[in-house]
Design a protein around this ligand. Structure first.
Ligand code: T3D
Length: 273
């Protein structure tokens, strides 16, 4: 099948559309096209994917934060890039080579991912926020499915994540109407874990990220794996899967340290192993 240039993925050597920083066990990926509300281009998807691969490989990374520069989290697909495609363009290929890889990389990364939703999250930008394990939102954040506004159906995993988080009827309403949801309503719906004043967002997310980065990283990763699997299992299958995963968790250094620390009545010092 012919590939559109906008579908071709290469690994970038340096980042131009994201900021990537690792400190105290926390990797922060900042979407960095503030003048376009961090709209997603092929380049930003490639760079995010490369950053996520580093997060997966680097044992120093024990938690990941994704956020946006400026007043938005992300306005979704850059519609200007979209407008420039030629007749050979296949949207399905564009999705497969871009958002599918990103969303799956986030889903499969066995480390916690926090979305610090600093402003509007729309379309595939919402897709990225929903693919995180937790969403902490500023009181200035908003959520717009946006697909229907341009006559599209959901993509970037929104059909999968949204109905699991808020139920199928509410998911349908937000997808079919494109209604913008503010931060407080998002909290009521279960779309976000917490809403904080805009000026406290960074501090709140950093505090939680550092707490998670000091946790038993393998146990947290196995927890994520178990929840992901259980979502599509019967209870009997989930019980069996939990038993198998517990065999792995029980053999981690951090489990030994956790038990020892409890018996010695001291705080555990987890190393992520
Ligand atoms: O192949 C595929 O990948 C298909 C996949 C599609 C996945 C999708 O993500 S589809 C959905 C795409 N996104 C949208 O349709 C959202 C479009 N944007 C908006 O509806 C609004 O901008 C927002 C609700 C997000 C924010 O509204 P507001 O009033 O706060 O800001 P604004 O004034 O509309 O935007 C500020 C600037 O950002 C403006 O540029 P200007 O006038 O200052 O030069 C605007 O054009 C630009 N901008 C906003 N969103 C996008 C964008 N530029 C390119 N692409 C965007 N998505």
């Amino acid at each position: 099948m012919a590939q559109s240039p906008i579908s071709m993925m290469t690994t970038p050597t340096s980042f131009e559309t994201i900021l990537f920083d690792i400190a105290e066990g926390v990797a922060t990926i900042t979407l960095n096209r503030p003048d376009r509300l961090n709209a997603l281009t092929t380049s930003i998807s490639q760079e995010m994917l490369a950053a996520l691969k580093t997060c997966a490989r680097d044992d120093m990374v024990r938690c990941v934060v994704i956020t946006g520069a400026g007043r938005a989290f992300s306005a979704g697909q850059d519609l200007a890039e979209f407008a420039q495609v030629d007749d050979d363009f296949s949207v399905a290929d564009h999705l497969r080579h871009g958002y599918h890889r990103l969303v799956l990389a986030m889903h499969q990364l066995e480390k916690p991912i926090l979305a610090a939703v600093n402003g509007v999250a729309a379309g595939a930008g919402l897709g990225l926020a929903l693919a995180a394990d937790m969403r902490i939102a500023s009181d200035k954040a908003s959520f717009v499915t946006a697909f229907i506004g341009i006559g599209l159906a959901p993509d970037s995993g929104v059909s999968w994540h949204l109905q699991r988080l808020i139920g199928p009827a509410r998911a349908f309403e937000l997808l079919a109407t494109g209604r913008k949801v503010g931060a407080e309503e998002a909290l009521r719906l279960g779309l976000v874990n917490q809403v904080v004043p805009a000026e406290s967002l960074e501090e709140t997310v950093n505090g939680l990220a550092r707490q998670l980065a000091q946790g038993p990283t393998r146990g947290i990763g196995l927890t994520k794996r178990t929840l992901n699997k259980a979502a599509d299992m019967t209870l009997a299958q989930a019980l069996e899967y939990e038993a198998q995963i517990q065999e792995i968790a029980l053999r981690t250094r951090d489990h030994q340290e956790g038990v020892l620390a409890f018996l010695e009545k001291r705080p555990p010092k987890f190393e992520g192993r």
